[in-house]
Design a protein around this ligand. Structure first.
Ligand code: ADP
Ligand code: MG
Length: 701
């Protein structure tokens, strides 16, 4: 019997409520202040909190604890230490000191740091993030207490994905509070950003995946001819979930409930073998930690059930890739969701200003949004007709687009009514219709009470995108507040001043709003030629944005990243991009040489022997297949040779140049090798083919 979800809920999390029962009142109060009002943590109380945490963890079966942190590689890192300690008389006790809770010291030299310090200054610290709850995780290796932490260098620079997220939240809260006060609110609680991330993934039978060196090493298929059945029948999306997958999904859900991750939806995705899960949204920092857990749990649970979970953005060519839609909004306890338009958005000044601030931010810093989703994996997705284009525009929906256009024209009179869904079948219930349709082709869409950033890669940490969103919003809110403040000081009425700012936003930045088909070729031309938007199709084009002067200023003025932190990020990500492509190219060469070419040779020797034998008894066999396989194999091996030579090129003056070389020289050659190989696959005897094929991997039953 499965336990009902409400019984599993948060059993493995040391929640705020549990802390209340475990801690003396004055300690809890102090902690509560830190969590809710974002005051400084009183370190003198750490020993008491640490002991309570340890006792709780031991009661859950834990014997180790780990500071968990999020280095620049999109992965999760952890260092485990035991609670057990031995007294001078030899007796064993368990111990968890305040210092061990608050601060850890993993060796920082083995993590990507983009050159922020050299390895001889390897000291790095992890520091307890009180605002994300600790939890225990059960694996085959036992139970461990996990403590979310930030990871910083000895010089105090952020080496991770959490620190900037915390800073961006704090900056955004400050700017939002200032604006809310200008709008007349006297009581304004801390503002926080929220995130609900929809995660797409593929499931492949573990046995088949194990036979594919490309999947094992790069997470995607470097070769593979599309199966006859792709997604042309549109029959997988929302289709019945296969039973094997259902059993796995139940297990995943139970694990997530225990960890306090509220899964809301689960369904099949568009491509065969592709699925999606989405947790309910929560505050961005916790959501980001949970997102990392989701990725880990998906992979480890899939393995237990005989699957391999692929989080790569494009595991299979010819069918859809996987993304992560980051739903994002900002809210607080006193004013609620600041991106909620209500029924009459045209009169909702507060909403219009926050929404306008987002529009300005996306226009002014759209290229930053592009840069934070730039990875080797995501390059396969963005701009291909399945995912949003690499051009960053904003979709507002009919009603809001109309309101903002009225503002631009100078007179705001109405919000188009939402309307009612009614039918000519009387037994069906009527319900209110959403004021805007969805537009799946937009990379950044307003969806009722939040924005949905759809260009994020499935394998990525959501932190980078959230940091960018919070930071550009901070910048825009500050700009808006400056204007309003100046106008109000001149004695201008609030309403008039607000509409004036909004009109200015529309004049300067309205170009970024686009409600049409983002997949169309027409848009690519209009966006660039008429609207002046950028179309950065590769990571090599997009990452250098991080080095631009105004991006550096954006991060510095908001206090989210120093110039050297930003620079180190650029370097770390650029290196990752280059390393991924080099590794893939290497594997393309070795698979072509040691798997595909030998299969073609065997096929050829069989066919040629048959042709000769038949000839002896007077039968002519068509030679076309043999000629084709031979010619394709020769062409493939020529390209492999060229790719090998190209890989040996080391003469680059800048890392930017090296990235461009990967994008413009290596990648096309890899694609060319693949093209030949996939054509060979279509000609060679099935039983001689050394790799599991798409048709075998994609149709889980
Ligand atoms: P879609 O229709 O795009 O597939 P889903 O229903 O799968 O959307 O997921 C929507 C996600 O958006 C969920 O994670 C949900 O919790 C989240 N969400 C809803 N409201 C907000 C909000 N105000 N702020 C942030 N995220 C939100
Ligand atoms: Mg979505």
């Amino acid at each position: 019997m499965r336990r009902p979800p409400q019984e599993l809920w948060e059993t493995d999390v040391l929640t705020f409520r549990k802390m209340r029962n475990l801690l003396p009142k004055y300690v809890f109060k102090s902690l509560e202040n830190t969590i809710k009002q974002r005051t400084k943590l009183d370190v003198s109380l750490a020993p008491i909190i640490a002991t309570a945490m340890k006792d709780w963890a031991i009661s859950k079966g834990a014997s180790f604890y780990a500071h968990i942190f999020y280095p620049l590689t999109n992965i999760t890192a952890e260092k485990h230490d035991g609670f057990l300690s031995v007294e001078s008389d030899g007796s064993a006790i368990t111990e968890f000191t305040g210092k061990a809770l608050v601060q850890g010291e993993p060796d920082a030299s083995s993590f990507a740091n983009g050159g922020i310090r050299s390895t001889f200054e390897a000291r790095g610290y992890t520091a307890w993030d009180v605002t994300s709850p600790a939890y225990v995780l059960e694996t085959d290796n036992g139970v461990t207490l996990y403590i979310p932490t930030v990871f910083i260098s000895w010089t105090g620079e952020a080496l991770d994905k959490k620190m900037p997220l915390l800073r961006s939240n704090a900056a955004m809260s400050k700017a939002a509070t200032r604006l809310l006060k200008l709008l007349g609110h006297s009581e304004v609680a801390t503002v926080n950003s929220s995130c609900g991330a929809e995660q797409e993934y593929f499931l492949v039978d573990e046995h088949l995946a194990q036979m594919r060196p490309d999947i094992l090493q790069t997470g995607r298929t470097l070769f593979g001819r599309p199966a006859a059945k792709g997604q042309q029948f549109d029959d997988h999306y929302f289709g019945a979930i296969p039973e094997r997958v259902q059993i796995l999904t139940q297990d995943i859900e139970e694990r997530m409930y225990r960890l306090g991750i509220l899964l809301k939806t689960r369904h099949n995705e568009v491509a065969p073998g592709q699925f999606e899960i989405a947790p309910f949204h929560e505050e961005a920092n916790v959501a980001s930690d949970h997102q990392q857990m989701i990725m880990t749990i998906l992979k480890s649970t899939a393995k237990k059930h005989g699957f391999m979970c692929l989080l790569h953005e494009k595991p299979f060519s010819g069918i859809n890739g996987s993304g992560k839609h980051v739903n994002w909004s900002v809210s607080n306890a006193t004013q609620g969701n600041l991106l909620d338009p209500g029924d009459n958005p045209h009169q909702n000044l507060q909403f219009l200003l926050f929404c306008g601030a987002v529009i300005r931010g996306v226009h002014k810093y759209g290229r930053l949004l592009r840069a934070v989703v730039a990875t080797a994996g995501n390059d396969h997705r963005l701009g291909a007709n399945e995912a949003p284009p690499a051009i960053i525009s904003v979709y507002l929906g009919k009603q809001l687009e109309d309101v903002f256009n009225q503002i631009k024209q100078g007179e705001v009179t109405s919000s188009a009514p939402a309307g009612v869904m009614s039918w000519d079948v009387p037994t069906l219930p009527e319900f209110p219709k959403d004021p805007g349709d969805r537009n799946r082709t937009s990379p950044f869409a307003f969806t009722g009470n939040r924005f949905e950033f759809r260009a994020v890669g499935s394998n990525q940490s959501v932190s980078g995108p959230l940091v960018a969103l919070n930071t550009i919003l901070t910048d825009s809110l500050t700009w808006v507040a400056d204007k309003l403040e100046a106008d109000l000081a001149k004695g201008i009425e609030l309403d008039t001043a607000v509409y004036a700012v909004l009109r200015q936003i529309m004049d300067l930045h309205g170009n970024v709003i686009f409600g049409g088909d983002g997949y169309s070729e027409e848009w690519q031309t209009i966006a660039v030629k008429e609207r002046g938007l950028l179309n950065l199709t590769t990571t090599a084009d997009a990452l250098p944005i991080l080095k631009e002067q105004d991006i550096q200023e954006l991060f510095e003025t908001t206090g989210v990243l120093t110039a050297s932190e930003l620079k180190s990020r650029f370097h770390a990500y650029a290196e990752q991009y280059i390393e991924v492509i080099k590794m893939e190219a290497d594997l393309v060469i070795s698979m072509a040489k040691t798997m595909i070419s030998p299969a073609a040779s065997r096929h050829l020797s069989e066919v040629s022997a048959t042709i000769m034998n038949l000839k002896q008894i007077g039968i002519e066999l068509e030679q076309e297949n043999a000629e084709r396989v031979a010619s394709l194999t020769n062409q493939m091996m020529d390209t492999v040779k060229n790719l090998g030579n190209a890989l040996n090129e080391h003469n680059f003056t800048t890392i930017e140049e090296h990235m461009q070389y990967c994008a413009k020289t290596l990648r096309p050659m890899m694609d060319q090798v693949r093209k030949y190989a996939d054509d060979i696959e279509g000609e060679v005897a099935h039983d001689l083919w050394p790799l599991p094929k798409y048709q075998e991997m994609l149709f889980i039953k």
